[in-house]
Design a protein around this ligand. Structure first.
Ligand code: PEP
Ligand code: MG
Length: 658
């Protein structure tokens, strides 16, 4: 028997809701299938179900055959019609390739990877210098036996394979049982465990063993087949699951081979980690406190490892390409995360130089702590707010420890990227309220979603674009998707009751973007009022990060409560130099007179209109530029928590006329 329905599960049968659906289906004896567009798959396999890519509002049919078919259909249809199905504990379940932490900005320079007489140069991805023992992490490629099994060997090989799968599942269950696992890491491991527990991978592998392949070769083939299926689906989130399938396949193979994975668990204190790339499974288990520095063949200033390195204050040089192989046998490495320089087995003079720089940096950090509680004022009495750029609640403590006078930029992208579904209004309201409370009475400036086709988000389909940085991103996307935008604005209005929330719009290039946003804010406020939901108004500002915004700054200033200059994007757009492209890194220079003029024009327009002008791009934390910005009239600078005390010192010295 069968019954059809329209799926109401929020964002469809993505990973967690699919796994829950399968669990429910497995509770029935009957054979159960889910049918979409004429394609039927077993409702007892989460991988197959995910690959069916069932989205919200699509029509599906549940088909059951067996003694309890009626009950099964009843329960499964009920599940599909519940918008909240499978989402109750999902907030702890991040995608397995999601780093889960926002970070301080990357250093300014990001030169192209190149060879140098005394070492190598890569992308400067996380600032700071380090010197320490080399720890090479190059997990060997895994290969099967390369011979076909005899018929009498097959049953034994299947047993061996099943035992390996059980061992991997048990290992993942043990990892999940650890209290020390962070929510993000738990999500990574849980996603992998779901795949390891699914019949698709094991079924595919057993089929290959029955065809005469040894278990390792069969696992490699099965993982590749299923990963290819995930890669082929028209859904960014599901595409990223391909890496998870490979990671699980690798774990099964290692058990079969009786090998331990090359683990980061035993990395010595202060060692420099060298890898071609670092996967989600490794990252979830890496003892980051021990790692002195990171050097990778893959990656750039915005890759996962860069974000993690910056948030943990670990110097990193990435994007070395094949040159990483020259480091495989290194004993010791020195690296400069500001310039991208990596020196292999440094001589005595270099070693002394780096040791001196590491010590000087530690001394500087110690000397700056006196500025934590300072409220910097200029000679004319103006207070300069030195605030923090953060992207998650986990960073509140670091910002407060540094002495942040509020938050000048809360990037909301992570909130959206961390989850397998769009964050609910309630969840967003809680997050923004927690921020507001943590920093009150200081302001917390929340930036509305600034996302584009370069970063996948479950629940938003981006078109393929030739130039995503010039495409459907930031305020452009939000205005086209009022369902997403209004949910965020309503959450912000609700959170404003709890502290000093301000809101800013990213990527503004036209006045109408502000007026349309304001109309939506008013609409949301009216709805909340009608619903009797407590809420409060907030100041609305804009980021100045496009040349258009600079050129219309006088008109924009009449429409908004504040400006915040986003020098990262402003520099790339003024200079027409991609901020992620190391080849044009030299042009991507905020000190170029063209960019400095744009900043000055903006400041002048804001000051003339009597609104606050701040800056939240990386340049805001640069001691060499802060005096110039303050002379232009900026009164707020927002930066990575790591830069706050140094900035306060710079302003204090400037006020004292030093
Ligand atoms: C900027 O562009 O300067 C900025 C602060 O925004 P983001 O780096 O998040 O694009
Ligand atoms: Mg920007």
């Amino acid at each position: 028997m069968e019954r059809s329905t329209i799926v109401r599960v929020h964002e469809g049968l993505h990973a967690r809701p699919a796994t829950r659906f399968v669990k429910l289906a497995k509770g029935f004896e009957s054979d159960v299938e889910l049918v979409k567009d004429g394609k039927a798959v077993s409702a007892k396999s989460s991988v197959k179900l995910m690959l069916l890519a069932v989205k919200e509002n699509q029509e599906v049919t549940v088909r059951a055959n067996g003694a309890d078919a009626i009950e099964a259909i009843e329960a499964l249809i009920g599940y599909l019609e519940n918008p909240k199905a499978g989402l109750d504990d999902e907030d702890t379940h991040a995608p397995a390739n999601e780093a889960g932490k926002e970070a301080a900005p990357a250093p300014q320079s990001a030169p192209a990877a190149s060879g140098e007489a005394n070492g190598l140069r890569g992308v400067a991805a996380s600032e700071g210098v380090a010197i320490g023992p080399a720890f090479a992490h190059f997990p060997p490629d895994i290969a099967g036996q390369g011979r076909m099994l005899q018929a009498e060997e097959i049953a034994g090989e299947i047993d061996r394979f099943r035992a390996a799968v059980v061992a991997v599942q048990a290992r993942m269950d043990r990892a999940l049982a650890q209290d020390s696992l962070s929510a993000g890491d738990r999500g990574i491991v849980a996603a992998l465990r779901d795949i390891a527990a699914d019949d698709s991978l094991t079924g595919e592998a057993e089929k290959a063993i029955k065809g005469g392949n040894d278990a390792v070769s069969a696992t490699i083939t099965a993982a590749s087949t299923i990963a290819a299926d995930f890669s082929a689906v028209d859904d960014h989130y599901l595409n990223a699951r391909a890496d998870d399938v490979h990671a699980v396949g690798r774990q099964i193979c290692l058990v079969l081979l009786g090998q331990d994975d090359v683990s980061l668990e035993n990395i010595p204190q202060g060692a420099i980690l060298i890898a071609d790339d670092i996967g989600a499974w490794d990252l979830a288990r890496a003892p980051l406190k021990c790692i002195g520095g990171v050097v990778c063949g893959h990656g750039g200033a915005t890759s996962h490892i860069a974000i993690i390195a910056r948030s943990h204050g670990i110097p990193a040089v990435l994007g070395l390409g094949d040159k990483i192989n020259a480091l495989r046998t290194a004993q010791e490495l020195a690296l400069d995360g500001n310039s991208g320089q990596v020196i292999i087995d440094p001589d005595a003079a270099t070693r002394a130089d780096f040791a001196g720089r590491v010590e000087a940096a530690a001394k500087e950090r110690a000397g700056l702590t006196a500025f934590k509680t300072v409220t910097p004022k200029l000679a004319d009495g103006r207070t300069i707010e030195v605030a923090a750029n953060i992207g998650s609640l986990e960073e509140i403590e670091a910002a407060q420890e540094a002495g942040a006078m509020g938050v000048g930029l809360f990037r909301t992208e992570l909130l959206f990227m961390r989850h397998m579904h769009l964050p609910s209004e309630d969840m967003q309201a809680e997050t923004y309220a927690a921020l507001a409370k943590a920093f009150a009475p200081y302001p917390v400036i929340v930036r509305t979603l600034d996302i584009g086709g370069d970063k996948p988000i479950a629940g938003i389909e981006f078109p393929d674009e030739e130039n995503p940085f010039l495409g459907w991103r930031g305020i452009r996307m939000c205005l086209d998707r009022p369902d997403i935008f209004k949910r965020q604005l309503r959450a912000l209005l609700r959170a404003a009751v709890h502290g000093n929330i301000k809101v800013m719009l990213p990527m503004v290039s036209d006045i109408s973007e502000v007026t349309r946003s304001r109309a939506l804010v008013d609409e949301c406020a009216a709805e909340l009022k009608a619903e009797g939901v407590p809420h409060a108004t907030f100041d609305l500002g804009v980021m100045i990060e496009t040349p258009a915004a600079v050129l219309i700054a006088p008109a924009l200033a009449r429409e908004v409560a504040f400006f915040s200059i986003g020098t990262n994007d402003l520099t790339q757009y003024i200079m027409a130099a991609d901020r992620l492209n190391p080849t044009v890194a030299k042009l991507n220079d905020v000190t170029n007179p063209a960019v400095m003029s744009a900043i000055e024009l903006t400041a002048r327009a804001g000051v003339a209109a009597g609104i606050m002008v701040g800056m939240c791009g990386e340049a805001a934390g640069r001691p060499d530029l802060i005096p110039a910005f303050l002379k232009m009239g900026l009164t707020e600078l927002s930066m990575s928590p790591a830069s706050i005390q140094r900035a306060k010192k710079t302003i204090t010295a400037m006020a004292a006329g030093e």
